[in-house]
Design a protein around this ligand. Sequence first.
Ligand code: MN
Ligand code: MN
Length: 301
Amino acid sequence: MNSHDKEALEKLRLSGKILRETREEMKGFVREDMPIIEICEKAEALIHKKGGKPAFPCNVSVNEIAAHYTSPPNDTARIPKKSIVKVDIGVHVDGYVTDTAFTVSFNPEYKILAETAEQALKAAIDNIRPEMPTSKLGEIIEKTIKSRGFKPISNLTGHSVGRYLVHAGTSLPNVSQLSFSKIKLGGVYAIEPFVTLPDAVGRVEDGDKATIFRFLKSKSVKNPYAKQLMKYIEENFRTLPFAERWLEGVVPNEHHRDAFRELLTSKAIMSYPIFVEISRKPVAQAEHTVLIVQNGCVVLT
Ligand code: MN
Ligand code: MN
């Protein structure tokens, strides 16, 4: 390992440490009836305080929403009573990204969904190794979930992680499926099984909201405020996802809405819709980022 690799590894490990600490502190404060925006802002503030930057907005996805909800500006939504909540957070240190998630169930009936997601994640971590086909990993996750009487979400996957990239190209399926990719030695991967009830469809579809965005390409836009906003986004978030909340005060309030809309219509930025389980059944998720080593993996988060 050369000195450049060593430095990269140190940044990656620091990224994982910041994220792990943030996750464990969050487990202590996520409560029923809490404003979702308070959870998001607290998580992101903790990450900054510990010396990292959010790799994407804190996701707080409730019940049948599997992923991709973060609070929009001035969000009034609260954690519903008896809900099951996925909290998904990411950190980067100089572009070295780690990604983790946990599920809290305020409904005793659905605690087992969260436990099953954790067990599937553990089985994957215990078995992952260099040269393993990603289809084999999917098979392990699927079997663990089904053996407990539940169903994996088949169209959500884990992913390889790269510098300034949350999704770096390789998908890690949560079910056994035809795939020719293999786990690489030295690769960094986020493993994230999603679990739902056995009578659910077990797939997600795009919902009607989008609260997370990403810069695509610099475009010539007419509105000077759109231009200013685009420059800020490109410089601050590069290829990483961001929340509209993070843009407050970049341009005068009265011009924000039109400027932001112009960036979307000109395709300078894109939006990620929320993912909703098709049959509207509750979903649980667990996630860790791992580094692949000779005999298995090191959990970074
Ligand atoms: Mn995640
Ligand atoms: Mn992920």
